[in-house]
Design a protein around this ligand. Structure first.
Ligand SMILES: *Cc1c(COP(=O)(O)O)cnc(C)c1O
Length: 377
């Protein structure tokens, strides 16, 4: 393999993902952070991200350097004032647990409603807890819990949170741009996502769409300097610039990625392609003989968790390696209850890539001497 391998990689992972050449090419230019062209791009992507969630008149877009977790940590530590704020965390996977860890480290008061990794929280249970504990100010929900690929019931939970007069914060990292999050329909104080998942940009920045009043009230809340989204947004509104060195190439790539997103038909167009990928993947995997972790009705069209076959002839490391040699990257599992591996449906991946992937898996399994009936978990 050459040092600079530019062969197209099919990343069937939860991100970073396979991106378009046009998006990568945008990064061939260098921008100064005070360059007016760059300032325009920053302003444009902020507006475009708000428009995608129908939040232009109610919310502000805060941008932040780093991976998605930086954006989650920045949002929680900016919006949840200490000692007054108290978050109810709805947990059914690793990203929910990560939110809990962020709260522990930052000293944010929190309660937890944890359900099994194949079980969404119910709006009834959330409402019960909100009625029992009036100290709770916020509910934090992971829209698609990428650990398993489960779709949590955003709209139902948003409705009870609003009914109980509490604020909702959504980790929409792995859904934003492919599954609708409509701030005209649901009430949410913040929606958090990043450049490099369903928007198909490159990794290096995240963002939060924050309700205007909440952002104004957050002055002085933050427990860190660099993750203070009030300060970051206030400075950006005033100067057009980022407070600290912006990930210039990443920002420009996201602007291009948003063009491509629009061309594909926006959130519904992209969501349809991912759903098609997901359906083909599920059908193919079941046909090969695999057991899937989630019931199909709970599955978000983002990533599929496959239960690890217990047959000793099946070796995931070997499958991974042989697929990788063909430029197809699978992903290890993350659910805690049992062994598993994951195959993503997102990024620049089309039906023919899914079919190629399924064909390559069939080939490897036949080389391992595994028949269909031998693949149950
Ligand atoms: C990817 C992801 C994150 C952020 O993870 P990073 O590795 O920091 O980018 C957060 N929440 C969910 C649900 C995710 O899928």
């Amino acid at each position: 393999m050459s040092k600079h391998n530019t062969q197209r990689q099919i990343l069937l992972t939860p991100g970073p993902l396979t991106t378009l050449t046009s998006v990568k090419e945008t990064m061939l230019r260098d921008w100064g952070s005070r360059d007016s062209a760059f300032i325009e791009i920053t302003s444009r992507i902020r507006q475009r991200l708000l428009a995608l969630a129908n939040g232009s008149s109610t919310h502000s877009c805060a941008l932040v350097q780093g991976s998605g977790t930086f954006a989650v940590e920045a949002t929680l530590t900016t919006l949840l004032s200490r000692p007054k704020g108290h978050a109810l965390l709805l947990i059914n996977g690793a990203y929910g647990r990560r939110i809990q860890k962020i709260c522990e480290i930052a000293g944010i008061k929190h309660s937890v409603l944890e359900t099994a990794e194949d079980t969404p929280p119910t709006a009834n249970d959330v409402q019960q807890l909100l009625m029992e504990d009036n100290n709770i100010s916020h509910v934090v929900l992971v829209h698609c819990e990428t650990t398993s690929g489960i779709l949590n019931p955003l709209n139902k939970i948003a409705a009870v949170v609003a009914k109980e007069n509490k604020k909702l914060i959504i980790d929409a990292m792995s859904s934003f741009g492919a599954l609708p999050v409509d701030l005209g329909e649901i009430s949410a104080e913040a929606v958090i996502a990043s450049a490099n998942k369903c928007l198909e940009g490159v990794p290096g920045m995240g963002f939060a769409l924050i309700e205007n009043g909440a952002l104004a009230n957050a002055k002085g809340n933050a427990s860190t300097l660099s993750l203070d989204l009030h300060d970051q947004t206030e400075y950006m509104d005033r100067t057009g610039q980022w407070r600290f060195t912006p990930p210039t190439h990443v920002v420009a790539a996201l602007d291009k990625a948003l063009d491509e997103h629009e061309k594909e038909g926006g959130t519904s167009g992209r969501g349809n392609r991912y759903s098609q990928n997901c359906r083909e993947l599920i059908t193919g995997l079941k046909d090969i003989g695999f057991d899937l972790f989630l019931e199909e009705r709970l599955q978000a069209p983002i990533i599929v968790t496959v239960r690890m076959p217990s047959n000793p002839k099946f070796e995931f490391e070997e499958l991974y390696k042989l697929m990788n040699e063909q430029g197809i990257v699978l992903y290890p599992g993350a659910v805690t209850r049992e062994k598993s591996f994951r195959i993503g449906c997102i990024g620049q991946v089309y039906s023919e890539d899914i079919q190629r992937t399924l064909e390559a898996i069939r080939q490897v399994l036949s080389e391992m001497g595994l028949a269909k009936e031998e693949l149950a978990a």
